[in-house]
Design a protein around this ligand. Structure first.
Ligand code: PAF
Length: 282
């Protein structure tokens, strides 16, 4: 197994990418916050199919967490992450510090509309996408990859990043990779480690209820009529729902009526202290 290059600074990242570019090689970027699981590994596998070289970034970005959120207790497992990246065959891990990404005097951020203000995650995490957009723009401009891979699990984030790179003419192809699930349907997430055993047993109900509701919509039932029993069932097993909605899959705008092509069902719900999100095609 070839050891991956550890790139702790922007300068080291740029020097490594320059070497690959000089050798005529293409580069894929897989931005992560670490605590890598099979979902992240599948992003690296997709990246390997699309470029000669793959850089995974590991940075728990403080600016996308609100003061009330889990920034300080977010799982940090750098050694295990590097071992997993080595095993899957990534070429490098970019592991900047907060000081490297946000040096003293840093005062720029990106103002977003469109999918970032669709009234889903942004309703509950009003500063989140500004932090995501700023760090993703920085990561893309630091690495200047040919392609960057993001999970579809964070569906609104993916739409925000597509819009951001198009609007700012950042020359990169954005690829959305399918959500990887546990065998019982629970979407993989670094935050699943917060679930107690009892909560873990209940958690797959989220995806099960969505799958059933999506089937009813495809069978012709009106959107709201299919969503109401799903919301009731999810609440009855102990979730507090932030939203369960069907939206336009590209713009994330609200939709009404019945099934048409290009719909996405998105959910966010809290189970105890853990907030879970998921989404599926309708
Ligand atoms: O999806 C994530 O893990 C993060 O939001 C990202 C894209 C790495 C930015 O910090």
């Amino acid at each position: 197994m070839t050891a991956i290059a550890l790139l702790p600074t922007v300068a080291a990242l740029r020097a490594q990418v320059r070497l690959w570019r000089d050798a005529g090689q293409s580069v894929a970027l897989v931005p992560t916050m670490g605590a890598l699981h099979a979902g992240h590994i599948s992003l690296v596998e997709q990246a390997k199919q699309r470029a000669d070289r793959v850089v995974a970034t590991i940075f728990v970005n403080p600016t996308q967490f609100a003061p009330t959120e889990d920034f300080s207790k977010y799982p940090r497992t750098l050694e295990a992450d590097v071992a997993k990246l080595t095993e899957v065959g990534a070429d490098a891990a970019f592991t900047p510090t907060a000081e490297d990404m946000y040096p003293e005097g840093f005062c720029t951020s990106i103002t977003l509309r469109g999918p970032a203000t669709a009234g889903l995650e942004d309703r509950f995490r009003p500063t989140h996408f500004q932090g995501v957009a700023t760090v993703v723009a920085k990561l893309l401009l630091q690495a200047l990859p040919d392609v960057a891979i993001f999970g579809q699990k964070d569906f609104q984030q993916l739409a925000v990043i597509r819009q951001l790179t198009a609007d700012l003419d950042i020359p990169v192809e954005i690829v959305g990779a399918p959500t990887v699930r546990e065998s019982d349907g629970l979407a993989m997430s670094s935050r699943n480690v917060y679930l107690t055993d009892e909560e873990r047993a209940v958690a797959p109900m989220l995806n099960r209820c969505m799958t059933r509701a999506a089937q009813r919509i495809r069978d012709g039932e009106a959107l709201e009529a299919a969503l109401t029993p799903a919301r009731n069932k999810i609440a009855s097993v102990g979730f507090e729902i932030d939203y369960l909605e069907v939206r336009d899959a590209v713009t994330l705008a609200s939709v009404e009526g019945r099934y048409r092509k290009g719909l996405r069902m998105l959910v966010a719900a809290r189970l105890g202290r853990t907030r879970l999100i998921d989404n599926i095609e309708v």
